[in-house]
Every structure is written in C-alpha cells, then in structure tokens.
Design a protein around this ligand. Structure first.
Ligand code: SF4
Length: 100
C-alpha cells in the first residue's frame, strides 16, 4: 500500500477519516512539495483541486489545525492559508475572552 505524508502523521482511533482520504494513493510530493514557488505552486494547486472532491476534507483540515501541521496541503488549504485561519481563530478567541 502506498501511503502519503498525511497518513504518516500521528494516527489514533479518532483519525478514522484517513480511511477515506482521497490522497491515500497519490504521490506525497503533490501534497508536500518542497518550496512555494515554481513547480511547487502547480503541485499545491493540483493538491487543493483534489481536496475539493474529498469527502473528509473538513476532518482533515480540523486535524491539521488542531495538531499544528505546518507543512503540506491539508483539507484543501496550504500552509499559509492554515496560518491565516489560526490567526483569525486566535483573534476571535481573544476577543471572546475580553468580552466575557
Ligand atoms: S482533504 Fe485533501 S489532504 Fe485531506 S484527506 Fe482529503 S485529499 Fe487528502
């Protein structure tokens, strides 16, 4: 069986979404290209396109955010996009704390 970088990261019973990961049998370099320029841009966009057809993209993205995966495409989001989501969520959490 071919595995991807997504499947090599910590796995628990709560991570059963991986069984339905569309990327299970794809080239890991597509989802974990080296760099963010040139051919890596093409790989990232292709990986994100595949994610749009994946039935477990929400669980995949949640996992990546909860476990601070800092490389690769997870749940249709690049590293930079996940960092942006984390910043927004941190700001929202801080605002909620200050208003309570
Ligand atoms: S959303 Fe993308 S990265 Fe996540 S399991 Fe599906 S195909 Fe793989």
């Amino acid at each position: 069986m071919t595995t991807t970088g997504h499947l090599d990261v910590r796995s628990t019973a709560e991570d059963e979404w991986r069984d339905d990961a569309l990327c299970r049998n794809t080239d890991p370099e597509l989802f974990f290209p080296i760099g963010t320029t040139g051919s890596a841009i093409i790989a990232i966009e292709e990986a994100k396109r595949l994610c749009t057809s994946c039935t477990v993209s929400n669980a995949c993205l949640d996992f990546a955010l909860e476990t601070n995966q800092d490389s690769g495409v997870w749940g249709g989001h690049s590293e930079e996009e996940r960092r942006a989501i984390r910043r927004v969520r941190a700001a929202e959490a801080q605002a909620a704390r200050l208003s309570s």
